[in-house]
Design a protein around this ligand. Sequence first.
Ligand code: CDP
Ligand code: CDP
Length: 227
Amino acid sequence: THAGIQVAIDGPAGAGKSTVARELAKRLGYLYIDTGAMYRALTWLALQKGIALSDDAALARLAEAADIVLLPVPGGLTVLVDGQDVTDAIRTTEVSRHVSRVSAVAGVRVPMVRLQQKMAMRGGVVMDGRDIGTHVLPQAEVKVFLTASVEERARRRFKEMSLKGADVDLEQLRADMERRDREDMTRETAPLVQAADAVYLDTTGLAFDEVVGRLLDMVHSRAEDGR
Ligand code: CDP
Ligand code: CDP
């Protein structure tokens, strides 16, 4: 038996990447790696330390020095930055609004990608983000570009945040999401773009289980050939 393949899931905000990736990893007994959580953790740290988000060099130094850990726990991942549990703190509207500025800095991406590649080295991973199939794991056996209409993605995120008790406005959330997607798609370093060999999957109107089922099928057919 083999250690397992690499599965890369990319797409815009609220497409369902992390929930689908987490469930897929659970079903396969694979490691789930949420790369967005790493950029969020760094953004949280920069805000905490009062670092000017226009200061690329300072952000790059912070990224090199920060100790970011994704700890698998039953039901998900605990995110630690310099030993502090920031799992919930990184999901705020404030972090969401600033994260694409921080993640656009080339000097920030270098240490993050290095860490991501190290975690995926032995296979048996499901990794989600924006540049996984294009830059982080270009050799991944399964690549999926997961998306949904912007209305649907905003509704999903709105429901999720409302359930957690956050005071959010659907229109504001949608506007923030569209701006963040635009920034992620137009940045110079590793922009959000579908990899040439990725399967495009529009999940608008698709049930969660159906999405997970399709991805499981892709993994099973890839894991069987040539091994
Ligand atoms: O969960 P949500 O879709 O809101 O975003 P996320 O996956 O937590 O990612 C947050 C942000 O991190 C994105 O908007 C990107 O700016 C950045 N990101 C990135 O640049 N590269 C990745 N591989 C993952 C996230
Ligand atoms: O990681 P990403 O930003 O792409 O999305 P997510 O955080 O996994 O999903 C956003 C919300 O949509 C979560 O509350 C999911 O439970 C929900 N979702 C859904 O309603 N239908 C799907 N097919 C996938 C996710």
